[in-house]
Design a protein around this ligand. Structure first.
Ligand code: NAP
Ligand code: FE
Length: 364
């Protein structure tokens, strides 16, 4: 069995200032961010002050929006090439971190187009990547994945050992400014990673231990954080839970809830974590039918799978209203059945069963 997580992870309060030199992975930096959060969290200023101190020139590209598209990453690549940047510093949630990873590979391989990223035989180099997360959810700071939205609107991840960040700086101080809704939806993304890792056919003894710890931290500290958003100790627990869950999926990948959720994010505008977590109890029950041992950890933590669902309800995971047309159900179930996630999900699935899962979510 393999445990693979080559990223050097620095974590804790004010962590960048304690390990400044580790951020310098080249001679000219391309900083990749979204519009606001890198600034309002203070993370961008800290990164820039380190670069200034070491006299490292940089270019700042702030064009990454939620669910990054090909256009966004191609603009980043063009800026990187034009300015001859030789390393990437991605600051923000999963969207800028994933976009930064894509930009790092495309800048190191200027002949590639974004579609080529999905077959990692197409490249064997990337620019070094530094990640500075400002949300506690995706775990992208410790994963070999990046999720992009294709021109046809399909959210799809690519995977390569080259996009494990070289160094990540996880500082819970950056997470204090997240509002209640963003805190919830990002934390339940981390919860989804940990739970899916446990249920996955690819779960390992080590990933299971990390997953259990991550779920326990979220169970204990997410409700408290939602009532006390600026509590740094709680934020630190959720940051660690999220990174642990990232380490889990770095071994196991994600399973059906992620595939089911991608359609809801793109077509119904519900954020990634929430769109995913709403399917966890349904899939856990399916997995239990095939392999009851797989859900024992969840049952130990929550009591029963029903209690797990109640926990998700009580923190607000199901607070939305969506309806699906028959055409949407047809399209989504077709796409989910063709997704790579299905083969690692224990249980038996067909298009009708997938449609029923979407219908159940619309009713809750
Ligand atoms: P996000 O899409 O990166 O950001 C969502 C929103 O939150 C943006 O408006 C962002 O603002 C704002 N924001 C970020 N940090 C903030 C802070 N500290 N305070 C206030 N606002 C803040 O959200 P995310 O949930 O972290 O990432 C989701 C993406 O990651 C999805 O595309 C998902 O598919 C992907 N993902 C990747 C992995 C992986 O392993 N690579 C795993 C799971 C999910 P700005 O735009 O101004 O930055
Ligand atoms: Fe996720």
């Amino acid at each position: 069995m393999l445990y693979n997580m080559p990223t050097k992870l620095y974590y804790g309060k004010n962590i960048i200032s304690q390990h400044k030199n580790e951020m310098i992975c080249g001679e000219k930096a391309l900083i990749v961010t979204g519009k606001n959060s890198a600034k309002i969290t203070g993370a961008l200023d800290e990164v820039i002050s380190v670069l200034n101190e070491f006299k490292i020139p940089y270019v700042h590209y702030d064009g990454i929006g939620e669910n990054p598209t090909y256009d966004m990453i191609l603009k980043g690549r063009d800026i990187g090439l034009k300015n001859e940047c030789d390393f990437v510093i991605a600051i923000g949630g999963g969207s800028p971190m994933d976009a930064g990873k894509a930009i790092a590979v495309l800048t190191a391989n200027p002949d590639l187009i974004p579609d080529d990223l999905f077959d990692n035989n197409n490249y064997d180099v990337s620019l070094p990547i530094v990640a500075v997360p400002t949300t506690a959810g995706t775990g992208s700071e410790v994963t070999e994945y990046a999720v992009l939205t294709k021109p046809n609107g399909r959210k799809t991840g690519f995977k390569s050992n080259l996009i494990f960040p070289d160094v990540s700086f996880l500082d819970p101080i950056y997470m204090l400014k997240m509002n209640k809704n963003l805190t919830l939806t990002t934390a339940v993304d981390a919860l989804s990673h940990a739970v899916e890792g446990l249920l996955s056919k690819k779960s390992t003894p080590i990933s299971n231990i990390l997953a259990r710890e991550s779920i326990e931290l979220i169970y204990r500290y997410l409700p408290k954080t939602l009532e006390d958003l600026e509590n740094i100790e709680y934020r630190e627990k959720l940051a660690i839970a999220s990174t642990l869950a990232g380490m889990v999926i770095a071994q196991t990948g994600t399973i059906l809830p992620h595939s089911l959720g991608y359609r809801i994010t793109i077509h119904k505008g519900i954020r990634h974590g929430q769109a995913t977590a709403i399917f966890l109890p349904i899939i856990a029950k399916e997995v239990k039918k095939e392999n009851p041992k797989k859900v024992e950890t969840l049952e130990k933590i929550f009591g029963t799978l029903e209690n797990f669902e109640i926990f998700l309800k009580e923190i607000g995971t199901y607070n939305f209203n969506i309806v699906f047309t028959e055409e949407e159900l047809e399209l989504f179930s077709e796409e989910v059945m063709n997704s790579s996630h299905i083969k690692n999900t224990p249980g038996n699935y067909d298009k009708n069963k997938i449609k029923e899962m979407y219908k159940k979510i619309a009713k809750i």
